[in-house]
Design a binder for this molecule. Sequence first.
Ligand code: ZN
Length: 501
Amino acid sequence: MTETREDKLRQLKERLAQISDVSSANGLLMWDRQTYMPKGGVAGRAEQTATLSRIAHEMLVDAETGRLLDALDPPDPSSEDGALVRRARREYEKATRLPGELVAGISRATALAEPAWVEARARSDWSLFATHLEKILPLQREAAEHLGYEDHPYDALLDGYEPGARKARLERMFEELKAGLVPLIRSISARDGEDREAPLHGAFDEAAQERFGEEVITRFGYDWERGRQDRTVHPFCIGLTSGDVRITTRFDPRWLSPALFGTMHETGHALYEQGVDPAYARTPLGGGTSMGVHESQSRLWENLVGRSRPFWSHFYPGLQEAFPEALGGVGGEEFYRAINVVSPSEIRVEADEVTYNLHILLRFELEVALIEDSLSVEDLPTAWNSKMEEYLGVTPENDANGALQDVHWSAGLFGYFPTYAIGNVLSVQLFDEAVSTYPAIPEQITEGEFSSLLEWLRENIHRHGSRYYPDELIQRVTGRPLDTAPYLEYLKSKFGELYEL
Ligand code: ZN
């Protein structure tokens, strides 16, 4: 009996569904490791995770997967099934191009590098980490050669996080950002001497922080029937299925910002995952399409909504009630200025909206140079510090607050950093588009009402999951490619007013 195209599609979907199940189970083990697992579980959990990763990988690269994909070639991506086959082929090819020995080599090298990085950072000793980075880099270059690229090996790595992104286009994006941001930062720095941020530091009861955060994200539209919130050292969001999307938060009893804005940020990611069409469950289309588009969602809720005047005109009285001692004497405008302080600093994760992208630009330039081998590991801290001075006018106190501050390189995540900047730029392009469709959105936000905004995002972004690649999605939704102009305009207008420039 001959198999029809429909039979083959059904078989492929069944196979992909099982791979997705194994990956989701692995995701749950990761979530548990970061939230509730006792310390004694570490060794066993590492084995469990490695086994499930291997099973999912073997099922994906199996000859049967290749046979089914070949039979369905070429897929018509204008249909949902075609988009599914296209995405599955992309994953299959990425997985089959890397030799098993190289994959194992990368995972061994990064498993050793991560604890070394933790120690190097604690002691602020670059040499402790440098020997590991020396081993990771050739493996990354080798992976790029196997994955393939047209112009530059960095493109091959970047594509793993942002399908279709290219180094050359990112360079243009960063040039535009640099031209707009560096003068803006200079004029703000020249303007301001006072400590605007003081109201955010004080006594902030953890339980009250948690209650307030829950109230806000419930209003955003986070569905507690399909999610939950727990505590971790490093906050994250994980979508196991669109019916189970979890976020984590950390609380600082002396500082309001990390939990307040971190919770909104992770909820932005979660709303994306909760909003994916349930018909895409257990398929390669069942999650966000790229790291950059994902970050556009988290930054939109965190910054465009959560750091805006309309938002706080509604929520500030409730925040004052939750923290009468710390905020009772702080006026709404004073609070708004505090959460929007621009202050060039050493640490990326604490950076404000204006300086954030320059932290990313610096990392992008340095990791491209590392991959090209035009910068040595030994010289990296010096190169880091001179770029910090050039872009932000800041010299890190030590390497712990400089080249050792981020986990990414120890984990082998080369090509990941630029997705943060893409997310920032895209967040404004999308928000503007949403407001032009529903002009009442800003007014609704002053009433603590987000349904039109969420509806627009659901309709245009969330429900599609990974059906469209980022470039296709952005073009489809906004009628043009990723554009820095609205983003720079937003920053100049918001911070020009705040700093009376
Ligand atoms: Zn994020």
